[in-house]
Design a protein around this ligand. Sequence first.
Ligand code: NAI
Length: 270
Amino acid sequence: MDNQLLKGKNGIIFGALDERSIAWKVAECAYQHGANFVLSNTPIALRMGKIDELAAKTESKVITADATSMDDLDNLFQESMQELNGKIDFILHSIGMSVNVRKGHDYYNQNYDFTMKGLDISALSFHKIMQTAWNLNAMNEYGSILALSYIAAQRTFPDYNDMAENKSFLESIARSFGYHFGIKNKVRVNTISQSPTITTAGSGVKGFDGFFKYADEISPLGNAKPEDCARYCISLFSDLTKSVTMQNLFHDGGFSNTGISDKVIANFLK
Ligand code: NAI
């Protein structure tokens, strides 16, 4: 694929940890499409993950930032604009973590310090990133900002725990900031609601294998693959989608609009 949909565009991609990460696939695809970008993640992710490998492959620079820290974000945007020689055209927020899930707390037994930390990392960070870009006037006209979400924002998936509220908050931020950024300089803000995907964050959810298979059997197209999610992100960063904003866009093989499938029914007739 050499359509070069992002030729001449500058970006910041948050959240590539290893080759399974959705952000990793987006970075590979953005590179194929001619984009210049900076990769960002936390210092610990840099130590534990493989981001340097991705940086070498995509000829990009890595700049560390904890996406909950306004100082880190300010530094990241300033350095990125220097490195990329101009303002930013696209941003990917591919960040999520529930401390309650990680520490084995059920939904009805949350530690609220953990809840607030998870909310800060998974949702408020999206606002912080956009507020930083806003204050530095860092976005080019018709830029595009995306975050990754999950359908637990609309429907209950019990073991998704407090990440459900985090995703609702994230999607709401996209709508509200999308309004303001649209008025300011025609910047688009959307969320993509992706199928269950086998990654470090995804497999941390209790019962993940079960609901991965269930979603796969319900969805007419099967679960959406991370590589396809990456291509969808590229289309939303490109000039092909200049009027799409303030949306939560399902990228899920049809899961969100399917009540039941023949495959799932067959399991109950055995
Ligand atoms: P991943 O584990 O590869 O990526 C999560 C990233 O968040 C990691 O790179 C991690 O270092 C980063 N992160 C955590 N705390 C951070 C902080 N304070 N500052 C900056 N970065 C931080 O997993 P995945 O699945 O690629 O996750 C990316 C996004 O996709 C998340 O928002 C996740 O909720 C979402 N998503 C994932 C699905 C799945 O089934 N894997 C389904 C739908 C959405």
